[in-house]
Design a protein around this ligand. Structure first.
Ligand code: ZN
Ligand code: ZN
Length: 399
């Protein structure tokens, strides 16, 4: 597989922060950048700077009144009238509180994902990664779940408008990718896919198998809700079978994938029990599909992931190793027995251990020999297979 990869980054994305105790923290990105540079895996020539999304781009997804409210609440001292109305726009709760400079920072996040789409669709790069992106819960007129502007939806709308591309959106964050799904629910040229912990137990509560799109967009939406305490093997089985089937059915020109890594067992905000293995193997599957169906065109963004010391830097770095065709990724292939023994760069551990409240991991992958199997594994696996079968029932299997 060939093709160059670009890494989209701008310091302004670091300003997308609510407050210091908030779980969606820019330190997640910094720890990842540092790990990649300690591993000599991010050459400066790969980095392309982003720009803020224009109002016109934001308005392709968001309502004018909402963008106006975000701007008004971004001031250092917002007017009392706007503060009263913050709740109506989802900007008053503790998940997504308004903050000074919010519009500018969120416009940079959205613009970064547009930059990644532009790099790939113009042919400048085969793949592009924008880890600052991934704000999949933002709705057309409301902020939600740490998300102000929906960068993925804005960038997909850009790919449609500017290039007429058929876009497959793949969301592997543990939370349902609701904002992106609703943005394109009746749009036949954008197919949204989300694999997540079932909404019965987890925010935002949607993402059942029966959500399949509407009107002309019926069939261009797939949801794979999984049981709490799902482990690697069941997650990977459900993901691989469904995404291969859907990609073959839809035949996209571009894959846009979202990489929240909050299905990990250590994540404090979900109830799944997966390891780094899924974040090692899932990007390899997407990579293969991008080369098979899209001439390589693949844009990836970050997302959730709230064990920022032990999980996020490794999971996101593995994604970039995959996208950049890095030789280390081959050594980490699951069929290699030695893959579990490969160490993280000591310089990264030395730099950050004193700042971390928990011991930092010493290897790229988790040592699963120390993990206990979930007691209801067989039952969980069977329930997940039932959901998978229902989700796939209208999609033809390859002969
Ligand atoms: Zn490639
Ligand atoms: Zn999430």
């Amino acid at each position: 597989m060939s093709g160059s990869a670009s890494f989209v980054y701008h310091d302004q994305a670091m300003n997308y922060r609510f407050h210091d105790q908030h779980p969606f923290h820019p330190l997640r990105l910094q720890l990842t950048l540092d790990l990649l540079s300690a591993a000599s895996a991010l050459e400066p020539s790969r980095i392309i700077p982003s720009r803020p999304a224009t109002d016109e781009e934001l308005l392709s997804v968001h309502q004018p009144a909402y963008v106006e409210a975000v701007k008004a609440l971004s001031r250092r001292r917002p007017e009392a009238e706007w503060i009263k109305r913050a709740e109506e726009y989802g900007l008053a709760d503790e998940d997504t509180p308004y903050f000074a400079g919010m519009h500018e920072a969120a416009a940079y996040v959205a613009g970064g994902t547009v930059t990644a789409v532009e790099a790939v669709m113009s042919g400048r790069a085969a793949h592009a990664l924008h880890l600052g992106g991934g704000l999949h819960h933002a709705l057309s007129a409301k902020a939600a779940g740490f998300c102000v502007y929906n960068d993925a939806a804005v960038a997909i709308a850009y790919a449609r408008r500017r290039y007429g591309a058929r876009v497959l959106y793949v969301d592997t964050d543990v939370h349902h990718g609701d904002g992106v799904q609703w943005s394109f629910y009746s749009e036949p040229e954008v197919c949204t896919y989300s694999i997540h912990e079932t909404g019965k137990y987890l925010f935002p509560g949607t993402g059942s198998v029966s959500e399949r799109g509407e009107h002309l967009g019926y069939g261009a939406c797939m949801n794979i809700p999984l049981q709490p305490y799902t482990e690697d093997a069941s997650w990977l089985e459900c993901f691989e079978v469904s995404i291969r089937r859907l990609t073959d059915y839809f035949k996209p020109d571009l894959i846009v994938s979202l990489h929240g890594c909050d299905a990990h067992a250590l994540d404090p905000l979900s109830h799944m029990h997966c390891s780094l293995a899924i974040y090692n193997q899932m990007p390899a599957i997407l990579h293969e599909l991008a080369h098979t169906y899209c001439e390589g065109r693949w844009v990836a963004v970050g997302g959730g992931g709230y064990d920022m010391w032990r999980v996020v830097p490794r999971a996101w770095s593995l994604l970039w190793l995959e996208m950049s065709h890095h030789p280390l990724k081959r050594e980490l292939a699951p069929e290699r027995e030695s893959s579990h023994g490969i160490s993280l760069p000591q310089s990264w551990i030395d730099k950050w251990q004193d700042h971390s409240p928990v011991p930092l991991p010493s290897r790229w992958l988790d040592d699963l020999t120390r993990w206990e199997a979930m007691p209801r594994r067989a039952e969980i696996t069977a329930k997940n297979r039932e959901s998978l079968a229902v989700a796939l029932q209208d999609y033809p299997a390859k002969a």
